[in-house]
Design a protein around this ligand. Structure first.
Ligand code: AMP
Length: 400
Protein backbone atom coordinates (compact mmCIF):
# COMPACT_ATOMS: atom_id res chain seq x y z
CA UNK A 1 0.00 0.00 0.00
CA UNK A 2 1.34 3.42 -0.97
CA UNK A 3 1.88 6.00 1.76
CA UNK A 4 0.17 9.15 0.56
CA UNK A 5 -2.31 11.78 1.59
CA UNK A 6 -5.55 11.72 -0.36
CA UNK A 7 -7.81 14.75 -0.52
CA UNK A 8 -11.40 13.55 -0.71
CA UNK A 9 -13.78 16.12 -2.19
CA UNK A 10 -17.57 16.02 -2.16
CA UNK A 11 -18.94 18.95 -4.15
CA UNK A 12 -22.59 19.99 -3.99
CA UNK A 13 -24.18 22.86 -5.88
CA UNK A 14 -23.26 25.41 -3.19
CA UNK A 15 -21.10 23.38 -0.82
CA UNK A 16 -17.84 21.47 -0.71
CA UNK A 17 -16.97 18.89 1.95
CA UNK A 18 -13.40 17.71 2.21
CA UNK A 19 -11.18 15.33 4.18
CA UNK A 20 -7.46 14.77 3.92
CA UNK A 21 -6.79 11.09 4.70
CA UNK A 22 -3.48 9.26 5.02
CA UNK A 23 -3.56 6.04 3.02
CA UNK A 24 -1.44 3.98 5.40
CA UNK A 25 -2.85 4.96 8.79
CA UNK A 26 -6.30 5.64 7.24
CA UNK A 27 -6.54 8.54 9.71
CA UNK A 28 -8.24 11.83 8.89
CA UNK A 29 -5.54 14.53 8.96
CA UNK A 30 -7.92 17.43 8.46
CA UNK A 31 -11.48 17.95 7.38
CA UNK A 32 -13.95 20.70 6.73
CA UNK A 33 -16.76 22.23 4.80
CA UNK A 34 -17.29 25.25 2.56
CA UNK A 35 -20.87 26.46 2.53
CA UNK A 36 -22.90 29.01 0.59
CA UNK A 37 -20.46 29.03 -2.32
CA UNK A 38 -21.57 31.71 -4.78
CA UNK A 39 -24.10 33.02 -2.25
CA UNK A 40 -23.74 35.87 0.21
CA UNK A 41 -22.31 34.80 3.58
CA UNK A 42 -20.06 31.98 2.38
CA UNK A 43 -17.97 30.38 5.07
CA UNK A 44 -15.43 27.64 5.58
CA UNK A 45 -15.12 25.38 8.60
CA UNK A 46 -11.78 23.64 8.96
CA UNK A 47 -10.60 21.16 11.61
CA UNK A 48 -7.04 19.80 11.67
CA UNK A 49 -6.75 16.46 13.52
CA UNK A 50 -6.04 17.14 17.19
CA UNK A 51 -6.37 20.86 16.61
CA UNK A 52 -9.08 23.40 17.05
CA UNK A 53 -11.88 23.91 14.60
CA UNK A 54 -11.99 27.33 13.06
CA UNK A 55 -14.47 29.15 10.90
CA UNK A 56 -13.67 31.70 8.26
CA UNK A 57 -16.42 33.86 6.83
CA UNK A 58 -15.12 35.02 3.47
CA UNK A 59 -16.60 35.49 0.01
CA UNK A 60 -16.33 32.42 -2.27
CA UNK A 61 -17.60 33.41 -5.66
CA UNK A 62 -17.22 29.90 -7.06
CA UNK A 63 -15.92 26.38 -6.34
CA UNK A 64 -12.43 27.24 -7.60
CA UNK A 65 -12.25 29.89 -4.90
CA UNK A 66 -13.47 27.33 -2.33
CA UNK A 67 -10.83 24.77 -3.36
CA UNK A 68 -8.20 27.52 -3.23
CA UNK A 69 -9.20 28.32 0.37
CA UNK A 70 -9.15 24.63 1.31
CA UNK A 71 -5.63 24.23 -0.10
CA UNK A 72 -4.50 27.39 1.69
CA UNK A 73 -5.89 26.10 5.00
CA UNK A 74 -4.21 22.69 4.55
CA UNK A 75 -0.81 24.35 3.90
CA UNK A 76 -1.20 27.31 6.29
CA UNK A 77 1.87 27.80 8.50
CA UNK A 78 -0.19 28.02 11.73
CA UNK A 79 -2.98 25.47 11.38
CA UNK A 80 -2.00 23.65 8.19
CA UNK A 81 -1.28 19.90 8.21
CA UNK A 82 1.10 19.63 5.24
CA UNK A 83 4.08 21.78 4.26
CA UNK A 84 3.19 22.06 0.59
CA UNK A 85 0.71 20.77 -1.96
CA UNK A 86 3.29 18.20 -3.08
CA UNK A 87 2.35 16.29 0.10
CA UNK A 88 -1.11 15.68 -1.33
CA UNK A 89 -0.62 12.63 -3.55
CA UNK A 90 -4.08 12.35 -5.07
CA UNK A 91 -7.61 13.70 -5.06
CA UNK A 92 -10.67 11.46 -4.84
CA UNK A 93 -13.95 12.99 -5.99
CA UNK A 94 -17.31 11.73 -4.87
CA UNK A 95 -19.44 11.68 -8.01
CA UNK A 96 -23.16 11.10 -7.97
CA UNK A 97 -24.31 9.68 -11.31
CA UNK A 98 -22.22 7.53 -13.62
CA UNK A 99 -25.23 6.15 -15.48
CA UNK A 100 -24.37 2.92 -17.28
CA UNK A 101 -20.96 4.34 -18.22
CA UNK A 102 -19.25 3.45 -14.94
CA UNK A 103 -19.45 0.17 -13.05
CA UNK A 104 -16.48 1.14 -10.90
CA UNK A 105 -14.25 4.02 -9.91
CA UNK A 106 -12.05 5.63 -12.51
CA UNK A 107 -9.07 7.93 -12.95
CA UNK A 108 -10.21 11.32 -14.24
CA UNK A 109 -9.36 12.09 -17.85
CA UNK A 110 -10.92 14.21 -20.59
CA UNK A 111 -12.88 11.19 -21.85
CA UNK A 112 -14.14 10.46 -18.34
CA UNK A 113 -15.27 14.07 -17.90
CA UNK A 114 -17.17 13.78 -21.16
CA UNK A 115 -18.80 10.54 -20.06
CA UNK A 116 -19.86 12.18 -16.76
CA UNK A 117 -21.28 15.13 -18.70
CA UNK A 118 -23.36 12.66 -20.69
CA UNK A 119 -25.05 11.69 -17.42
CA UNK A 120 -25.91 15.31 -16.49
CA UNK A 121 -29.54 14.82 -17.55
CA UNK A 122 -29.86 12.00 -15.02
CA UNK A 123 -28.62 14.12 -12.10
CA UNK A 124 -29.04 17.75 -13.14
CA UNK A 125 -28.38 19.14 -9.65
CA UNK A 126 -25.45 16.95 -8.68
CA UNK A 127 -23.31 16.05 -11.70
CA UNK A 128 -22.61 19.61 -12.88
CA UNK A 129 -21.55 20.53 -9.33
CA UNK A 130 -19.28 17.46 -9.17
CA UNK A 131 -17.69 18.47 -12.47
CA UNK A 132 -17.08 22.01 -11.24
CA UNK A 133 -15.18 20.47 -8.30
CA UNK A 134 -13.05 18.38 -10.66
CA UNK A 135 -12.25 21.38 -12.86
CA UNK A 136 -11.39 23.56 -9.87
CA UNK A 137 -8.91 20.93 -8.62
CA UNK A 138 -7.46 20.49 -12.11
CA UNK A 139 -6.83 24.22 -12.28
CA UNK A 140 -5.17 24.48 -8.88
CA UNK A 141 -3.39 21.09 -8.74
CA UNK A 142 -2.72 20.30 -12.41
CA UNK A 143 -0.15 17.59 -11.72
CA UNK A 144 -2.04 15.69 -9.01
CA UNK A 145 -3.79 12.50 -10.14
CA UNK A 146 -7.53 12.40 -9.53
CA UNK A 147 -10.09 9.64 -9.25
CA UNK A 148 -13.87 9.68 -9.45
CA UNK A 149 -15.92 7.38 -7.22
CA UNK A 150 -19.56 7.10 -8.26
CA UNK A 151 -22.60 6.68 -6.02
CA UNK A 152 -24.18 4.54 -8.71
CA UNK A 153 -21.25 2.25 -9.59
CA UNK A 154 -21.74 -0.44 -6.91
CA UNK A 155 -25.29 -1.03 -8.12
CA UNK A 156 -24.33 -1.65 -11.74
CA UNK A 157 -24.25 -5.41 -11.05
CA UNK A 158 -28.05 -5.49 -10.62
CA UNK A 159 -29.72 -7.92 -13.02
CA UNK A 160 -32.11 -6.65 -15.66
CA UNK A 161 -35.21 -7.78 -13.75
CA UNK A 162 -34.16 -5.58 -10.82
CA UNK A 163 -33.24 -2.45 -12.76
CA UNK A 164 -36.03 -2.35 -15.35
CA UNK A 165 -39.26 -0.49 -14.71
CA UNK A 166 -42.57 -1.70 -16.13
CA UNK A 167 -42.47 0.99 -18.82
CA UNK A 168 -42.29 0.75 -22.59
CA UNK A 169 -38.86 -0.75 -23.22
CA UNK A 170 -38.08 2.00 -25.74
CA UNK A 171 -37.69 4.49 -22.85
CA UNK A 172 -34.85 2.39 -21.52
CA UNK A 173 -33.32 2.11 -24.99
CA UNK A 174 -33.76 5.77 -25.91
CA UNK A 175 -33.23 7.52 -22.58
CA UNK A 176 -31.73 4.90 -20.27
CA UNK A 177 -34.70 5.18 -17.90
CA UNK A 178 -33.96 2.45 -15.33
CA UNK A 179 -33.06 1.93 -11.69
CA UNK A 180 -29.52 3.09 -10.91
CA UNK A 181 -29.45 3.35 -7.12
CA UNK A 182 -27.33 5.68 -4.98
CA UNK A 183 -25.27 5.62 -1.75
CA UNK A 184 -23.29 2.87 -3.53
CA UNK A 185 -20.01 3.72 -1.81
CA UNK A 186 -21.71 3.30 1.55
CA UNK A 187 -23.53 0.07 0.64
CA UNK A 188 -20.26 -1.36 -0.67
CA UNK A 189 -18.20 -0.31 2.35
CA UNK A 190 -20.76 -1.51 4.92
CA UNK A 191 -21.48 -4.86 3.27
CA UNK A 192 -17.76 -5.67 2.98
CA UNK A 193 -17.16 -4.60 6.56
CA UNK A 194 -20.06 -6.83 7.71
CA UNK A 195 -18.36 -9.87 6.18
CA UNK A 196 -15.09 -8.94 7.95
CA UNK A 197 -16.84 -8.46 11.29
CA UNK A 198 -18.49 -11.88 11.00
CA UNK A 199 -15.24 -13.47 9.79
CA UNK A 200 -17.06 -14.83 6.74
CA UNK A 201 -16.28 -14.77 3.04
CA UNK A 202 -18.01 -11.79 1.35
CA UNK A 203 -18.69 -14.00 -1.66
CA UNK A 204 -20.73 -16.45 0.46
CA UNK A 205 -23.12 -14.02 2.13
CA UNK A 206 -26.59 -12.60 1.56
CA UNK A 207 -26.53 -9.10 3.05
CA UNK A 208 -29.16 -6.38 3.35
CA UNK A 209 -27.78 -2.90 4.06
CA UNK A 210 -30.17 -0.26 5.45
CA UNK A 211 -28.52 3.14 4.92
CA UNK A 212 -30.82 5.31 7.02
CA UNK A 213 -29.80 8.95 7.00
CA UNK A 214 -31.45 12.09 5.80
CA UNK A 215 -31.39 10.33 2.45
CA UNK A 216 -32.17 6.64 2.92
CA UNK A 217 -31.87 3.49 0.84
CA UNK A 218 -31.73 -0.28 1.20
CA UNK A 219 -29.66 -2.67 -0.88
CA UNK A 220 -29.47 -6.41 -1.35
CA UNK A 221 -25.93 -7.76 -1.74
CA UNK A 222 -25.69 -11.42 -2.73
CA UNK A 223 -22.34 -13.21 -3.03
CA UNK A 224 -20.48 -9.90 -3.06
CA UNK A 225 -22.63 -8.24 -5.72
CA UNK A 226 -25.46 -5.76 -5.44
CA UNK A 227 -28.63 -7.41 -6.79
CA UNK A 228 -31.20 -4.73 -5.93
CA UNK A 229 -31.54 -1.33 -4.29
CA UNK A 230 -34.41 0.94 -3.36
CA UNK A 231 -33.43 4.23 -5.01
CA UNK A 232 -34.16 4.45 -8.71
CA UNK A 233 -33.48 6.70 -11.67
CA UNK A 234 -33.12 9.41 -9.05
CA UNK A 235 -32.73 9.36 -5.24
CA UNK A 236 -36.47 10.03 -4.81
CA UNK A 237 -37.62 6.40 -4.93
CA UNK A 238 -37.78 3.85 -2.14
CA UNK A 239 -37.79 4.54 1.58
CA UNK A 240 -39.51 7.46 3.26
CA UNK A 241 -36.68 9.94 3.89
CA UNK A 242 -36.04 13.20 5.74
CA UNK A 243 -37.97 15.30 3.23
CA UNK A 244 -38.31 12.92 0.25
CA UNK A 245 -41.47 10.87 -0.23
CA UNK A 246 -39.92 7.62 -1.43
CA UNK A 247 -42.32 5.27 -3.29
CA UNK A 248 -45.70 6.70 -4.23
CA UNK A 249 -48.35 5.88 -6.81
CA UNK A 250 -47.17 7.91 -9.83
CA UNK A 251 -50.78 8.94 -10.53
CA UNK A 252 -50.67 11.04 -7.34
CA UNK A 253 -48.62 13.62 -9.23
CA UNK A 254 -51.34 14.53 -11.75
CA UNK A 255 -54.00 14.27 -9.05
CA UNK A 256 -52.19 16.80 -6.87
CA UNK A 257 -51.37 19.08 -9.81
CA UNK A 258 -55.11 19.33 -10.50
CA UNK A 259 -56.18 19.72 -6.88
CA UNK A 260 -53.50 22.25 -5.90
CA UNK A 261 -53.22 24.08 -9.23
CA UNK A 262 -49.50 23.34 -9.35
CA UNK A 263 -47.14 22.29 -12.12
CA UNK A 264 -45.44 18.87 -12.23
CA UNK A 265 -42.21 20.66 -11.36
CA UNK A 266 -43.81 22.21 -8.27
CA UNK A 267 -45.27 18.91 -7.09
CA UNK A 268 -41.89 17.21 -7.59
CA UNK A 269 -40.43 19.92 -5.41
CA UNK A 270 -42.99 18.98 -2.74
CA UNK A 271 -42.03 15.29 -3.13
CA UNK A 272 -38.33 16.13 -2.74
CA UNK A 273 -38.35 18.87 -0.13
CA UNK A 274 -41.62 18.90 1.83
CA UNK A 275 -42.48 15.21 2.11
CA UNK A 276 -40.91 12.25 3.93
CA UNK A 277 -40.93 12.31 7.72
CA UNK A 278 -40.97 16.11 7.61
CA UNK A 279 -44.22 16.13 5.64
CA UNK A 280 -45.80 13.23 7.53
CA UNK A 281 -45.15 14.97 10.85
CA UNK A 282 -46.92 18.08 9.50
CA UNK A 283 -43.64 19.97 9.17
CA UNK A 284 -42.61 19.20 12.78
CA UNK A 285 -39.11 17.90 11.96
CA UNK A 286 -37.01 15.83 9.58
CA UNK A 287 -34.65 14.96 12.44
CA UNK A 288 -35.22 11.62 14.16
CA UNK A 289 -33.97 12.99 17.48
CA UNK A 290 -36.94 15.38 17.55
CA UNK A 291 -39.37 12.76 16.30
CA UNK A 292 -38.27 10.23 18.90
CA UNK A 293 -38.67 12.70 21.75
CA UNK A 294 -42.15 13.61 20.55
CA UNK A 295 -43.03 9.92 20.06
CA UNK A 296 -42.09 9.22 23.67
CA UNK A 297 -44.23 12.18 24.74
CA UNK A 298 -47.16 10.48 22.99
CA UNK A 299 -47.54 13.01 20.18
CA UNK A 300 -49.64 11.48 17.41
CA UNK A 301 -47.91 13.07 14.36
CA UNK A 302 -44.51 11.71 15.41
CA UNK A 303 -45.94 8.30 16.32
CA UNK A 304 -47.54 7.80 12.90
CA UNK A 305 -44.44 9.19 11.16
CA UNK A 306 -41.98 6.83 12.82
CA UNK A 307 -44.31 3.85 12.43
CA UNK A 308 -44.72 4.56 8.71
CA UNK A 309 -40.97 5.02 8.26
CA UNK A 310 -40.13 1.75 10.06
CA UNK A 311 -42.84 -0.19 8.24
CA UNK A 312 -41.45 0.84 4.85
CA UNK A 313 -37.92 -0.28 5.81
CA UNK A 314 -39.29 -3.63 7.07
CA UNK A 315 -41.20 -4.09 3.82
CA UNK A 316 -38.01 -3.63 1.79
CA UNK A 317 -36.14 -6.08 4.01
CA UNK A 318 -38.89 -8.62 3.29
CA UNK A 319 -38.70 -7.95 -0.45
CA UNK A 320 -34.93 -8.31 -0.54
CA UNK A 321 -35.02 -11.47 1.56
CA UNK A 322 -37.29 -12.88 -1.14
CA UNK A 323 -35.06 -11.55 -3.92
CA UNK A 324 -32.03 -13.36 -2.44
CA UNK A 325 -33.96 -16.41 -1.19
CA UNK A 326 -32.78 -15.66 2.33
CA UNK A 327 -30.61 -13.26 4.27
CA UNK A 328 -27.60 -13.90 6.52
CA UNK A 329 -27.04 -10.42 7.87
CA UNK A 330 -28.91 -7.13 8.05
CA UNK A 331 -26.81 -3.97 8.57
CA UNK A 332 -27.89 -0.59 9.86
CA UNK A 333 -25.82 2.44 8.94
CA UNK A 334 -25.83 6.28 8.46
CA UNK A 335 -27.14 8.93 10.88
CA UNK A 336 -30.34 7.17 11.95
CA UNK A 337 -29.17 3.58 11.46
CA UNK A 338 -26.04 4.16 13.55
CA UNK A 339 -27.59 6.31 16.27
CA UNK A 340 -31.20 5.34 16.84
CA UNK A 341 -31.74 2.20 18.93
CA UNK A 342 -35.41 3.14 18.93
CA UNK A 343 -35.87 2.94 15.14
CA UNK A 344 -33.70 -0.19 14.91
CA UNK A 345 -35.94 -1.91 17.47
CA UNK A 346 -39.09 -0.76 15.66
CA UNK A 347 -37.84 -2.22 12.37
CA UNK A 348 -36.61 -5.42 14.01
CA UNK A 349 -40.05 -5.96 15.57
CA UNK A 350 -41.20 -7.02 12.07
CA UNK A 351 -38.38 -9.54 11.62
CA UNK A 352 -39.34 -12.39 13.93
CA UNK A 353 -40.00 -14.59 10.88
CA UNK A 354 -36.26 -14.46 10.16
CA UNK A 355 -35.48 -15.83 13.61
CA UNK A 356 -34.18 -12.44 14.74
CA UNK A 357 -34.20 -11.42 18.38
CA UNK A 358 -32.61 -8.12 19.32
CA UNK A 359 -30.21 -7.93 22.27
CA UNK A 360 -31.63 -4.87 24.02
CA UNK A 361 -28.42 -4.05 25.86
CA UNK A 362 -26.29 -4.21 22.71
CA UNK A 363 -28.88 -2.17 20.83
CA UNK A 364 -28.42 0.72 23.28
CA UNK A 365 -25.03 1.47 21.73
CA UNK A 366 -24.72 4.31 19.24
CA UNK A 367 -22.24 5.02 16.49
CA UNK A 368 -20.08 1.92 16.87
CA UNK A 369 -19.67 -1.43 15.20
CA UNK A 370 -21.74 -3.93 17.12
CA UNK A 371 -23.88 -7.03 16.65
CA UNK A 372 -27.32 -6.22 18.09
CA UNK A 373 -28.96 -9.61 17.57
CA UNK A 374 -28.69 -12.36 20.22
CA UNK A 375 -26.19 -15.14 19.36
CA UNK A 376 -29.04 -17.62 18.65
CA UNK A 377 -30.49 -15.41 15.90
CA UNK A 378 -30.40 -17.16 12.52
CA UNK A 379 -29.94 -13.84 10.76
CA UNK A 380 -27.40 -11.47 12.32
CA UNK A 381 -28.19 -7.79 12.76
CA UNK A 382 -25.19 -5.45 12.78
CA UNK A 383 -24.65 -1.75 13.25
CA UNK A 384 -21.79 -0.72 10.94
CA UNK A 385 -20.90 2.99 10.86
CA UNK A 386 -20.38 3.99 7.27
CA UNK A 387 -17.29 5.86 6.09
CA UNK A 388 -17.74 7.03 2.53
CA UNK A 389 -14.67 9.29 2.62
CA UNK A 390 -12.37 6.45 3.66
CA UNK A 391 -13.90 4.23 0.98
CA UNK A 392 -13.25 6.95 -1.63
CA UNK A 393 -9.65 7.39 -0.41
CA UNK A 394 -9.08 3.61 -0.63
CA UNK A 395 -10.54 3.43 -4.14
CA UNK A 396 -8.37 6.36 -5.21
CA UNK A 397 -5.17 4.76 -3.92
CA UNK A 398 -6.12 1.42 -5.47
CA UNK A 399 -6.54 3.09 -8.88
CA UNK A 400 -3.08 4.63 -8.68
P1 AMP B 1 -26.99 11.46 7.71
O1 AMP B 1 -27.73 11.95 6.51
O2 AMP B 1 -26.47 10.08 7.56
O3 AMP B 1 -25.95 12.43 8.18
O4 AMP B 1 -28.06 11.38 8.89
C1 AMP B 1 -28.63 12.54 9.44
C2 AMP B 1 -29.82 12.15 10.29
O5 AMP B 1 -29.43 11.22 11.31
C3 AMP B 1 -30.40 13.31 11.07
O6 AMP B 1 -31.29 14.08 10.30
C4 AMP B 1 -31.11 12.61 12.20
O7 AMP B 1 -32.43 12.30 11.77
C5 AMP B 1 -30.36 11.31 12.38
N1 AMP B 1 -29.65 11.24 13.67
C6 AMP B 1 -28.44 11.72 13.98
N2 AMP B 1 -28.13 11.46 15.27
C7 AMP B 1 -29.20 10.80 15.80
C8 AMP B 1 -29.53 10.26 17.09
N3 AMP B 1 -28.68 10.35 18.12
N4 AMP B 1 -30.73 9.67 17.23
C9 AMP B 1 -31.59 9.58 16.20
N5 AMP B 1 -31.34 10.06 14.98
C10 AMP B 1 -30.17 10.66 14.77
Amino acid sequence: MKDMNVLVINCGSSSLKFQLINSLSEKVIAKGLCERIGIEGSQMTYTPAGGEKYEKVTPMKDHTEAVRLVLEALTDKDHGVVKSLSEIGAVGHRLVHGGENFAGSTLISDEVIQAIEECNDLAPLHNPANLIGIRACQELMPDTPMAGVFDTAFHQTMPEEAYLYGLPYRYYEKYKVRRYGFHGTSHSYVSKRAAQILGKDYADLKIIVCHLGNGASVSAVKNGKCVDTSMGLTPLEGLIMGTRSGDIDPAIIEFLCNKEGKSVHEILNVLNKESGVFGLSEGFSSDFRDLEKAYRAGEAPSIRTMKTFAYRVAKYIGAYTAAMNGVDVICFTAGIGENSPFIRAMIASYLGYLGITIDEKANEKRGEEICISVPESNTKVLVVPTNEELAIARETVALL
